[in-house]
Design a protein around this ligand. Structure first.
Ligand code: PBG
Ligand code: ZN
Length: 319
């Protein structure tokens, strides 16, 4: 009989045997920046998450710095929206100004920016719209302009989350032509049309004004197609590919880890966070143990990078 329990006898041997270990550098913390002054707005379905105006960012950036996590991912919430999402690529747009401030005051923090139009368009879709249709090719130049303008503001990495076909190639080309050959692209490659994004859309004011995102984001039933999406983004020049959401899609992450050698990211999304927080507030689960178990599972399944709202708590619990 093989006695597995010999290596589980006490904490010392268990910690030696641990196959997967989380590290603060594994985490990227999403940050919501809103137009205005002196704002720190709680996001109701995401306890512990706030929208900050630029002048109030220092408080959270200080925590990010102290935690020593891998980086942050910035989402801007503009004061003004139009059908073309012009604030997404305005030189003085909310996200551009936030990135400039962060790079100026906290040059040691690695700054990733989400590249997508839904926070900036009056219709709330991730691309240009004609009637009820979300246009693909017409959207690419706008995404490219947004990525280049954020690179100009100082972003270290861009992360397109729109799910238009061909956007990675278009953005790569735009960045290169503007001289940003060293700015990597982390593509939201296998991004599913998911009910788990509900709380985020409240946090980022980005719910679609009509219809849904099913004509561009993936059907949750499709695993093979997810691998083809990853393959396509790889061919277009993505440096890192992402699976999103995390927990209900760990099979996709694991398959991707077995099929490809490039670095994988996973996005532990707002709905996943909200469920944990809600049950924890009721006293029905042990938040700390659940969070560490979830994050460990994501890394075990193959994630090199975990984008998570739990990042700052997780680091405290790891100490
Ligand atoms: C923008 C974007 C979304 C998320 C990240 N980038 C929302 C969406 O696609 O509707 C979701 C993040 C989360 O739920 O935490 N396209
Ligand atoms: Zn979007």
């Amino acid at each position: 009989m093989y006695r597995f329990r010999r290596l589980r006898r006490d904490e010392r041997i268990r910690s030696i045997m641990q196959e997967t270990r989380l590290h603060p550098k594994d985490f990227i913390y999403p940050l919501f920046v809103i137009e205005g002054m002196d704002i720190k707005n709680p996001v109701e379905p995401m306890p512990g998450v706030f929208q900050y105006s630029i002048d109030r960012l220092e408080e959270i950036l200080e925590q990010v710095k102290t935690a020593g996590i891998g980086g942050i991912m910035v989402f801007g919430i503009p004061g003004y929206k139009d059908p073309q999402g012009s604030q997404a690529y305005a030189k003085n747009g909310i996200t551009q100004r936030a990135v400039r401030l962060i790079k100026d005051k906290y040059p040691e923090i690695y700054v990733v920016v989400d590249v997508c139009l839904c926070e900036y368009t009056s219709h709330g879709h991730c691309g240009m719209v004609s009637g009820a249709e979300i246009l693909n090719d017409e959207t690419l130049p706008y995404l490219t302009k947004m990525a280049v303008s954020l690179a100009e503001a100082g972003a270290d990495m861009v992360a397109p989350s729109d799910m238009m076909d061909g956007r990675v190639a278009a953005i790569r080309d735009g960045l290169d032509q503007a001289g940003f050959t060293q700015v990597p692209i982390m593509a939201y490659s296998a991004k599913f049309a998911s009910a788990y994004y509900g709380p985020f859309r409240e946090a980022a004011h980005s719910a679609p004004g009509f219809g849904d995102r099913k004509s561009y984001q993936m059907d949750c039933a499709n695993g093979q197609e997810a691998l083809r999406e990853i393959e396509a983004d790889l061919a277009e020049g993505a440096d890192i590919v992402m699976v999103k959401p995390a927990l209900a899609y760990l099979d996709i992450l694991k398959e991707a880890a077995l099929s490809f050698t490039l670095p994988l990211a996973v996005y532990n999304v707002s709905g996943e966070y909200a469920m944990v927080k809600a049950a924890a507030e009721k006293g029905w689960i042990d938040e700390r143990r659940i969070v560490m178990e979830n994050l460990t599972a994501m890394k075990r399944a193959g994630a090199k990078i975990i984008i998570t709202y739990h990042a700052l708590d997780a680091v405290k619990w790891m100490q």
